[in-house]
Design a protein around this ligand. Structure first.
Ligand SMILES: [Zn+2]
Length: 59
């Protein structure tokens, strides 16, 4: 399940949510103010497991 990032147009809050692709734009509601004026941002998928981790990065 991909992680999506949303932003509320009313209060400006940003939050992330795990959603099914089919539900990505469905029933959006801001958890802070309850508005349904929420837009989905182009967000990075949550990479589980660490495939594609940069080699030799962590020190
Ligand atoms: Zn809001």
């Amino acid at each position: 399940m991909p992680m999506y990032e949303y932003r509320c147009r009313r209060c400006g809050a940003k939050y992330e949510q795990l959603r099914r692709i089919a539900d990505a734009d469905r029933d959006l509601q801001c958890p802070y103010c309850g508005a349904d004026e929420v837009e989905r941002l182009l967000s990075a998928f949550a990479t589980a497991g660490g495939c594609g981790a940069p080699s030799g990065g962590f020190t």
